[in-house]
Design a protein around this ligand. Structure first.
Ligand code: NAD
Length: 343
């Protein structure tokens, strides 16, 4: 059993913890919270040993004073773990990395950290093999994961592609009360935005640029994507749809036929099929929003930002530990276990 620590039991951390505990080859050794708060009750209810983010006695005692059993600080947790999944807010990585290296265990960061910090990034469909037996990695962001899921199959089929995309981003997660905008559209005034080019951290052969805007919604990101295929590509709109349908973690639906024409209905669909927290690990592509005109492919896809990276963390653990070298086999194992646990 691979013993996995979750450092930062927040939006991503709590989801990754559940996905890991659904697997039969890994177990949660503990989760950290910075201080006693309502998230501790969830950890207790799920049966995850609770630890403090810090090793400071006073901070550990604050948990006991609030009525929680705290098993110690981060150092103690790392001592009983084989790998740590760092789900702290972005930019805490460098300070935490030092602690993981000192503890001599493997580590996984999230997309809020820069590729330069870890020197290696991960998406199951792009570079599982490159991550085998590595000391640590970074699971790329929700947007980069979403782009990779649909672009990597196109690259593999066509040999080369160049991509222009616009990320229409949710302003904040549903649980965040301190972010915006609430009544404006906010462009990212860095061109290109980091989102598209970040795909090259897992697949450098894709030529890609992106623009990004934040809009007042909390539930999903939307990508508007234009892909230039090479001359003589031999693809059709139908063959591209068939290609995506054959790949894991992509859902294709026809908006006109199903009535699922907005991100609100996509999220309602996720709730209807019984997904915990209304999560959708898959990337949602509208069949009737896909069109190939000569060499240019146009499509829209929706990304559930809080959850598409969750199963990727499970696969990344198997890559680092070297326990599954075939990415498709890992993805199948991960997804079947999650489905079994949550349906
Ligand atoms: P969050 O704020 O919801 O949760 C972070 C948790 O870490 C909180 O419980 C916080 O108390 C704790 N924490 C604070 N300081 C810490 C420290 N120094 N060490 C350990 N834990 C600490 O954040 P999140 O949305 O879960 O994001 C976590 C990471 O995942 C970030 O890198 C983020 O960019 C990435 N990510 C987020 C989303 C998303 O939509 N929320 C999607 C993909 C990737």
């Amino acid at each position: 059993m691979i013993r996995v620590a979750i450092n930062g039991y927040g939006t991503i951390g709590k989801r990754v913890a559940d996905a890991i505990s659904a697997q039969d080859d890994m177990v949660i050794s503990g989760v950290t919270k910075t201080k006693p708060s309502f998230g501790c009750d969830l950890a207790v209810r799920k049966g995850y040993p609770l630890y403090c983010t810090y090793d400071d006695e006073q901070k550990i005692n604050a948990f006991h004073d609030a009525g929680y059993t705290c098993h110690g600080g981060l150092k103690t947790l790392l001592g009983v773990s084989d790998v740590v999944v760092d789900c702290s807010p972005g930019k805490h990585g460098a300070a935490n990395l030092e602690k993981y290296k000192n503890a001599g265990i493997k580590w996984i960061f999230q997309g809020g950290e820069k590729h330069e910090m870890t020197g290696l990034s991960y998406t199951s469909c792009a570079n599982h093999e490159q991550n085998l037996h590595a000391e640590g990695t970074r699971v790329v962001s929700c947007n980069t994961t979403g782009l990779s899921r649909t672009l990597i199959p196109l690259l593999e089929s066509c040999g080369e592609i160049s991509v222009e995309c616009t990320m229409i981003r949710r302003a904040a997660d549903p649980g965040d009360s301190d972010k915006g905008p609430i009544n404006a559209i906010k462009p990212v005034l860095k061109v290109p935005s980091h989102h598209g080019p970040d795909v090259m951290s897992v697949e450098p052969r894709i030529k890609i640029n992106s623009l990004a805007v934040a809009v007042p919604t909390t539930i999903m990101h939307m990508h508007a994507i234009t892909v230039t295929l090479p001359q003589g590509h031999g693809m059709t709109t139908e063959s591209i749809l068939a290609l995506w349908k054959s790949r894991p973690r992509i859902i294709i639906m026809n908006g006109g036929e199903t009535g699922i024409t907005t991100t609100a209905e996509v999220m309602e669909f996720a709730r209807d099929i019984g997904r915990t927290w209304g999560d959708l690990h898959e990337i949602f592509v509208w069949e009737d929003g896909v069109k190939l005109v000569d060499n240019t492919l146009y499509y829209f896809q929706a990304i559930h930002q809080e959850s598409d990276v969750v199963p990727e963390n499970v696969d990344a653990i198997r890559a680092l530990m070297g326990t599954e070298s075939d990415w498709m086999a890992s993805v199948r194992k991960t997804d079947e276990a999650i489905t079994r646990m949550f349906s």
